[in-house]
Write a protein that binds this ligand. Structure first.
Ligand SMILES: NC(=O)C1=CN([C@@H]2O[C@H](COP(=O)(O)OP(=O)(O)OC[C@H]3O[C@@H](n4cnc5c(N)ncnc54)[C@H](OP(=O)(O)O)[C@@H]3O)[C@@H](O)[C@H]2O)C=CC1
Ligand SMILES: N[C@@H](CC(=O)OP(=O)(O)O)C(=O)O
Length: 363
């Protein structure tokens, strides 16, 4: 984590879906972040009117921060969030569409984890260590809705957020990729709370996460693509083909992904691939954003890493660990990566997105 500069303002944050798995991760990360002060918390009518400590089944290993324990949870009406500079949403996708739009139309800067607006052409689908250039779409979004300050920026799916990081590094250095095949081993926290029944997941692997594979396949193309000439819409990659197979495994946090890829051109030697991943840097680091990891990609040389229990907290959950980098006899190269699904895969990415937007004076 970088030190904040004296020009950074402290921003009042509202958290929607504050009682859920992603919402709780927001609370922990925001309480440790000098750029934000938790101002208002929102959740469903089931939780509204109750102090946060009573409304929430706290599942984080960190203690519930003192400053939120007695905050009364509100329903997710923009009128209840006056005074917030930024809105973080960990809302269930079944309700996120209408609620996040209402906040955006009320001129709030909304950072969403839900799938609802990810593929809208003028909404940045932003993994903040990969494609902050997509923030140029915000002017078009504001023009469409006649807004002065409001916008929506979304996170990707949590498995997508790990995958695109090494792909971006390799694409930037060695040119376009042609084909990617990824098989995921996804943690149970990805399914929210209470999530997958223990009788389904203990002593078991479930080879289906409904809707996950097409999301990953489409999101990668949008994130690794650019924006069109007037910055009115994203321009997804047209020539890359991605195939995803997604599995749920009995791990609490941390999604593991086995990746095989083919370059469009001549493949570089394995040692150059490792060096490229180690040396990858991003704009959020250059700007000194507080939550940007020192090392965007942690390359491991141990032959049996990455492992979720050992590696998920690399870079305080904001670094993607890549190991077992080797030649692939079918495509060009294969490796295994690990991403913390509720940090870089969710709340941590939203917070870094907001830090970046603040540095760019968009908030
Ligand atoms: N878990 C993960 O690793 C990732 C999750 N996501 C996405 O983030 C979002 C949150 O996921 P997660 O935290 O796992 O889900 P949870 O089920 O754990 O939490 C859902 C939250 O939504 C709130 N909510 C539900 N219904 C309503 C409603 N009618 N009005 C207002 N609030 C409501 C809940 O409040 P209450 O407690 O009052 O019911 C709760 O705070 C989802 O869209 C998910 O797809 C994205 C990437 C990774
Ligand atoms: N489906 C992911 C988490 C998630 O909620 O993703 P999305 O926001 O794309 O639905 C998982 O189960 O690990």
């Amino acid at each position: 984590m970088s030190a904040t500069s004296s020009s950074d303002r402290i921003l009042n944050a509202g958290v929607l879906g504050a009682t859920g798995t992603v919402g709780q991760r927001f609370i922990v990360l925001l309480s440790q972040n000098p750029m934000f002060r938790v101002h208002s918390l929102g959740a469903s009518e089931r939780s509204a009117g109750r102090p946060y400590r009573q409304a929430t089944k706290w599942k984080m290993s960190d203690l519930m921060p003192e400053e939120v324990r007695d905050v009364v949870v509100k329903s997710c009406d923009p009128a209840h969030f006056a005074g917030c500079d930024v809105i973080f949403s960990g809302l269930d996708a079944s309700v996120a569409g209408d609620i996040e739009k209402a906040f955006m139309e009320s001129d709030f800067a909304v950072f969403s984890n839900a799938k609802n607006y990810r593929m809208v052409p003028n909404v940045p689908l932003c993994v903040p260590v990969v494609n902050t250039d997509h923030y140029s779409l915000i002017a078009a979004q504001r023009a469409e809705y006649g807004l002065k300050k409001g916008f929506i920026v979304t996170n990707s799916n949590c498995s997508t957020s790990g995958l695109v990081v090494p792909l971006k590094a390799l694409q930037d250095k060695f040119g376009p990729l042609k084909r990617v095949i990824v098989t995921t081993l996804q943690a149970i926290s990805g399914a929210g709370y209470p999530g997958v029944a223990s009788l389904d997941i203990l002593d078991n692997i479930v080879p289906l996460i409904s809707g996950e594979e097409p999301k990953m396949e489409a999101e990668v193309l949008k994130i690794l693509g650019g924006v069109n000439d007037g910055a009115t819409a994203c321009a997804p990659l047209a020539d890359l083909r991605v195939s995803a197979t997604c599995n749920r495994v009995p791990v609490v946090d941390g999604h593991t992904e086995c990746v095989s890829l083919e370059f469009a051109g001549t493949p570089p030697p394995i040692e150059e691939i490792k060096q490229c991943l180690r040396e990858y840097t991003c704009e959020a680091q250059e700007l000194g954003c507080y939550s940007a990891p020192k090392q965007v990609i942690t390359v491991t040389e141990e032959e049996d890493r990455p492992q979720p229990r050992l590696d998920r907290n690399a870079g305080e959950g904001m670094s993607v660990t890549v190991g077992r980098i080797r030649e692939c006899p079918v495509f060009h190269v294969k490796f295994t990566l690990l991403v913390h699904n509720t940090v870089l895969g969710a709340a941590g990415a939203s917070i870094l997105n907001a830090e970046y937007a603040a540095k760019k004076r968009l908030i």
